[in-house]
Design a protein around this ligand. Structure first.
Ligand code: PMP
Length: 352
């Protein structure tokens, strides 16, 4: 830290993104990207925008918002488009969290939540997951703060049903409930259908996972028009042109080819079930996943050691050196061939 760094952030511990190695080709199962390329229309849409980069993007992302609203069955004033869903989460924390409405989220969840809370100086409370790594909904009813729940949760992959989410939203009428649906397309139930009835519900989503666009940075929030207005106040006080021209065009093209992505999700779900079964046959404990990754541990093995041995064999997975989960690996689901190679390498390691 330099002597110029403000004291305000002296304690800030930044988020550590998963490795994006540039040195060699790995089978990359560490950051929950899609193994499939974007749909055919995306490249052409991006190319068409390249000649217009002298002009700012539309700060309202109108064409994209309307298309997204159409696909999700809401009005365009119930939608905000952002630079990845990390940005809409940060905006939501800024807009709805403070001393009177501290943030409440699980102890094991997306690692950016405590970082955004610290960055914005918002107090937060972490509620332990149960012994079997589940969210107990009772912990979140009338809990006196802004609730943030990833559904399915990360890195566990475990999903809550829509009825449970509705109880949590209804049980916190004085506070906003943020439901982070980054992984919902891989088997979860979306809470977007509740937005019409609950003005304290904000659902966030991303094009990074099911829509193969992690590198384009496109996310969104869906909520009541009044919540979206609040988020826009933050956005226009931070970065009005947050979605660039190429990404906005890519997003519209992707939504026009939505069926391609939903087919890919089905393939990933099938590969997930294959991998879970194969890992269980090797003796792993595998949590029930509704996401594009598995969270698994092998009795007698340290997660860090397995991670290193897999990396030496050209396979990257994610290991979190954190209390309660240090013996687990998070394995993103790739193509069938990638998963067969992962299973082969893991079997070899266990035998060796
Ligand atoms: N929420 C969860 C639970 C995630 O795992 C991620 C991906 N790291 C995000 C949000 C943010 O993804 P993005 O900014 O790429 O939309």
């Amino acid at each position: 830290m330099s002597c110029y760094f403000t004291e305000r952030f002296a304690e800030l511990v930044p988020y550590t993104p998963g490795e994006q190695p540039q040195d060699m080709q790995y089978i990359k199962l560490n950051t929950n990207e899609s193994p499939f390329p974007p749909s055919p229309g995306v490249a052409a849409a991006v190319a068409a925008e390249c000649g217009k980069l002298q002009l700012y993007s539309d700060p309202e992302s109108r064409v994209l918002s309307e298309k997204l609203a159409d696909v999700y069955g809401v009005c365009s004033d119930q939608v905000i488009m952002t630079n990845g869903s990390d940005e809409v989460l940060n905006f939501a924390f800024m807009a709805f969290g403070d001393e009177k409405s501290p943030l409440v989220f699980p102890d094991i969840t997306y690692g950016f939540y405590p970082v955004f809370a610290q960055l914005n100086h918002i107090p937060y409370r972490e509620i332990p997951l149960t012994e079997d790594f589940r969210i107990d909904p009772e912990d979140y009813i009338a809990c006196g703060g802004t609730v943030v729940i990833a559904n399915p949760n990360a890195p566990t992959g475990i999903a809550l049903g829509l009825d449970v989410i509705e109880r949590i939203v209804a049980g916190n009428a004085d506070h906003v409930v943020v439901v982070d649906e980054a992984y919902v397309d891989f088997g979860g139930e979306s809470a977007v259908s509740l937005v019409e009835r609950y003005d304290n519900l904000l659902v966030t989503g991303t094009f990074s996972k099911s829509r193969s666009m992690a590198g384009a940075r496109l996310g969104f929030g869906i909520g009541s028009a009044s919540l979206i207005r609040d988020l826009n106040t933050i956005k226009y006080s931070t970065n009005p042109y947050n979605v660039n021209r190429m990404t906005a065009a890519a997003g519209v093209a992707a939504l026009e080819e939505n069926a391609y992505y939903m087919d890919n999700c089905r393939a990933i779900i099938a590969n997930r079930e294959y991998t879970a079964q194969a890992l269980r046959a090797l003796g792993f404990e595998v949590l029930d996943s509704s996401a594009n990754f598995l969270f698994a541990r092998c009795p007698g093995w340290d997660g860090g050691e397995l991670y290193r041995k897999l990396k030496a064999r050209g396979i990257l997975v994610r290991h979190f050196d954190k209390p309660r989960i240090a013996d687990f690996l998070r394995i993103s689901i790739g193509t069938r061939e990638q998963m067969e190679r992962f299973i082969g390498a893991t079997a070899e390691i266990l035998e060796g």
